[in-house]
Design a protein around this ligand. Structure first.
Ligand SMILES: Cc1ncc(COP(=O)(O)O)c(C=O)c1O
Length: 458
């Protein structure tokens, strides 16, 4: 495949060496495609097939992938659905459905015709990854060379550090996430200015609702964030790639919080602020072990001259992403790709949202309870980060008085309460992540009471 169109876009400028080099070689697929169309005897497929009766006692005369009979006891899905490999980029029906789901999640109404048509036309077909983690990994490798900077908040999911620093060997430009209980846009802007001095591209990783704080920007804060990124892009005239980790996307508990991914507003910008949406079924559809995630890239109308070029651009990007998937995980779990397809086929999206609602309600109650209980603690050595969604709340501890790890140890030993301490004084973090997603409402007051008792011991 030629990469004529992508090479002319700012997206290409932002790719890492791996991102520039990777593609899906035609080899096997070229010959398999031709064999399907032209051959009488086909010996191209690298999976065992046979007449069912030849490998299963009492089997049919159907030509099927060879399988072990016992596995059929565990699923209603057909052998043809779950045994064969799915395509490298993912099962096409599931990819298409997920694109529609992304459109649905935008919440654009029909009257927002311009936004809606831009969204429909200018996003790539989602490719399927091994969960959101794998999406983050792939996107990070595609854009980051070793030693290059990615901008991240100081309060972030710890696994980013594994991927970015340890695996890729890239560097994190961390900014303090909050200033006076609001997202620290000035800090982010400063980080952009610094990175722009040494790099031809700016890569940022954002995650709302955030792990570990549960932070979601208020709508007006989100507008300011989008404006700031737009201005920064205009000033530096370098592509700004925003990796949007949407793992907890549907869990928003306050009316004034941004009620959709920041991906959408960034995508609507004409400037080269290029959002990459990383979402998945794991938390969103509550199938953690299903390990199905998606990468979707927001494209800009100014990059192409006509629909033909747009089509080619999407093919080129898809080829690169598939090349990457092929080289790393080959393709994703068939069973869960089919399961997602069936789920959406049999239920409307509204029904799926409706059936998730009890979980949202449960989490919202816990969110309200834990925040109100924590507020009752009158102790100058703690503060709670702003939070309005997700699975967690974060309690900062005064590092001069209490070290988070020491506190967590004491809390566990004396009060038998387990929470996650996050202590990284270089990045000004010293606090406790409480996963209220996994604590029953009735136990929250006791949990907070014990935290309070433990605080009084310091
Ligand atoms: C912020 C964030 N992103 C991504 C993930 C991983 O999601 P997945 O299970 O889909 O890999 C997690 C899981 O804890 C997370 O907290």
């Amino acid at each position: 495949m030629k990469f004529d169109i992508i090479q002319k876009t700012p997206l290409y400028t932002a790719l890492s060496e791996v991102g520039k080099n990777i593609f899906l070689p035609e080899g096997i697929f070229y010959w398999a495609g031709r064999a399907k169309a032209e051959a009488k005897l086909i010996g191209t497929l690298g999976s065992a097939y046979g007449f069912e009766k030849d490998f299963i006692n009492g089997g049919s005369s159907d030509w099927l992938p060879c399988y072990l009979k016992d596995i059929t006891a565990y699923s209603k899905l057909s052998v043809e659905d779950i045994i064969p490999y799915k395509s490298i980029g993912g099962y096409s029906q599931t990819r298409e459905i997920w694109k529609e789901w992304i459109i649905k999640k935008s919440l654009y109404q029909e009257k927002e015709e311009i936004q809606l048509s831009r969204l429909i036309k200018y996003i790539t077909m989602p490719v399927i990854t091994g969960g959101v983690t794998n999406g983050i990994f792939q996107a990070s490798v595609l854009f980051l060379n070793p030693k290059e900077f990615i901008i991240v908040p100081n309060k972030r999911w710890g696994n980013y550090d594994n991927i970015i620093k340890k695996f890729i060997g890239a560097k994190m430009k961390s900014f303090e996430f909050f200033k006076q209980k609001k997202m620290n846009l000035e800090g982010l802007n400063d980080a952009i200015n610094e990175v722009a001095k040494v790099q031809e591209k700016i890569i940022i990783l954002l995650n709302f609702p955030n792990n570990p704080t549960g932070y979601v920007p208020k709508k007006e804060e989100a507008n300011r964030l989008v404006d700031m990124l737009r201005n920064a892009q205009q000033i530096h005239n370098k592509p700004i790639i925003v990796l949007v980790d949407d793992a907890y996307e549907p869990y928003i508990y306050k009316d004034d919080a941004l009620n959709r991914s920041i991906f959408y507003d960034l995508h609507q910008l004409d400037e080269n602020v290029i959002p990459v949406k990383l979402d998945g079924i794991t938390k969103e559809l509550l199938i953690y072990g299903g390990r199905i995630g998606f990468i979707t890239i927001g494209l800009k109308p100014s990059w192409i001259n006509n629909d033909e070029e747009l089509k080619k651009l999407k093919e080129e990007i898809n080829n690169k992403l598939e090349g990457f998937i092929r080289a790393t995980i080959s393709n994703c779990n068939s069973f869960y790709q089919v399961l997602v397809h069936k789920l959406f086929q049999e239920k409307t999206m509204d029904k799926i949202i409706e059936s998730r609602q009890p979980v949202n309600n449960l989490l919202k109650e816990r969110y309200e309870k834990i925040n109100s209980e924590l507020l009752k603690i009158k102790n100058p050595n703690i503060s709670i980060d702003p939070n309005s969604g997700g699975f967690f709340v974060f309690v900062n501890l005064n590092p001069a008085k209490i070290k988070a790890t020491e506190f967590a140890n004491h809390l566990l030993n004396k009060y038998k309460v387990g929470i996650i301490p996050v202590e990284n004084l270089d990045e000004k973090i010293n606090g406790l992540r409480i996963a209220y997603c996994s604590i029953d409402l009735s136990e929250i007051p006791e949990l907070v009471k014990r935290i309070n008792l433990a605080l009084n011991d310091f």
